[in-house]
Write a protein that binds this ligand. Structure first.
Ligand code: NDP
Length: 307
């Protein structure tokens, strides 16, 4: 019997995950079909009850349900517990386990960005949503000693800091108000800059003016395209990488959890590139963006050729 794997979100029609995961199942000879379920928040508990049945191999969860689904599963892994968000569900019989593979995705992206250099200790994080939580957790685990979080609504950045306070007691994790002059001053003290806001997803906006970007930073944008933010960072002399590696590796980690097999990364990367070239605009967790030219696989200029 063909097993079912579903992405539950609202909306989901533009997700790239379907193309990526279906290609992986087909390449691995796994008889599974990836379905997109558009479910409103009210319909979420019913959808979660449904996926307890044997025919379901696993589930991805995306915007706006990643946090809402937490109380609906039976057990959380360490990453899901720590971030307070679930993007992947596996079944243990009729029990559901919530995972957060965005963390593994970010770890892979950070490794690639840093390459053979020594892991830096200072980072500036723009954004305080679900993606930013995976980034903050990854930075804490990677041994960063100072992470400054800027967010349009300061209270949300403060909430993030409070959420991780216990695990970050040994380091400086601090929220600061979103003022260009304060961001500029913090950028002068940092090595890693991550954009985890959705600014730039649609249109050509950027979270910080190009003029305040120092040279020689390692810059990551979670958005899966060559944003103005990344172009400005490169023009300033920094190494810049988009969200492709994170997207690919969160998907690969989910595939492994569902199937017990290593994910066919090349196949998944190719499927992502083709889906994007074919006009599918949105990465997992992204609302539909406006039309944009596809990025080339590996177009990101990571600090080294690693990865
Ligand atoms: P959330 O909706 O949880 O958070 C959105 C963030 O963007 C918040 O910090 C919000 O600030 C900020 N923001 C949005 N609009 C503006 C604006 N006009 N001005 C200033 N700040 C703004 O989304 P996620 O955290 O899930 O996703 C954020 C981005 O990361 C998306 O582009 C998503 O696609 C990407 N992502 C990529 C992944 C990958 O695998 N590559 C994985 C996960 C996310 P505020 O709180 O003040 O509203």
């Amino acid at each position: 019997m063909t097993k079912r794997v579903v992405l539950i979100g609202h909306p989901v029609a533009h997700s790239l995950s379907g193309a990526m995961q279906q290609a992986a199942f087909d390449a691995a000879g796994i008889d599974a079909a990836y379905e997109l379920w558009d479910r409103s928040p009210l319909a979420l508990p019913g959808a979660i009850a449904e996926i307890r049945r044997d025919e379901f191999l696993g589930v991805n969860v995306t915007i706006p349900h990643k946090e809402r689904v937490v109380p609906l599963v039976d057990r959380l892994t360490e990453e899901a517990q720590a971030t307070g968000a679930v993007n992947t569900i596996t079944r243990e019989g009729r029990r559901l386990v919530g995972h957060n593979t965005d963390v593994a995705g970010f770890d892979a992206a950070l490794d690639r960005l840093v390459g053979r250099q020594k892991m830096p200790k200072h980072a500036v994080l723009l954004g305080a949503g679900g993606g930013a939580r995976a980034v903050a957790y990854g930075l804490i685990r990677a041994g960063f000693q100072r992470v400054i979080v800027f967010n349009r609504h300061l209270h949300r950045a403060e909430g993030l800091v409070k959420h991780f306070a216990k695990g970050a007691a040994h380091m400086e994790l601090r929220a600061m108000p979103w003022h260009v002059s304060i961001i500029e001053s913090e950028l002068a003290k940092t090595k890693v800059l991550v954009n985890a806001t959705s600014i730039g997803l649609v249109g050509d906006e950027t979270p910080v003016p190009g003029e305040i970007l120092p040279s020689d930073l390692l810059v990551l944008d979670l958005i899966y395209k060559r944003t103005r933010f990344l172009r400005d960072a490169e023009a300033a002399g920094s190494s810049a990488m988009d969200g492709e590696t994170m997207l690919l590796h969160q998907g690969a980690a989910a595939f492994k959890l569902w199937t017990g097999q290593e994910a066919p990364l090349d196949v998944m990367a190719q499927a992502l590139a083709e889906a994007r070239a074919g006009g599918i605009q949105s990465a997992e967790g992204e609302p539909a963006g406006e039309s944009d030219p596809p990025i080339e696989a590996g177009a990101a200029t990571a600090a080294s050729g690693a990865g």
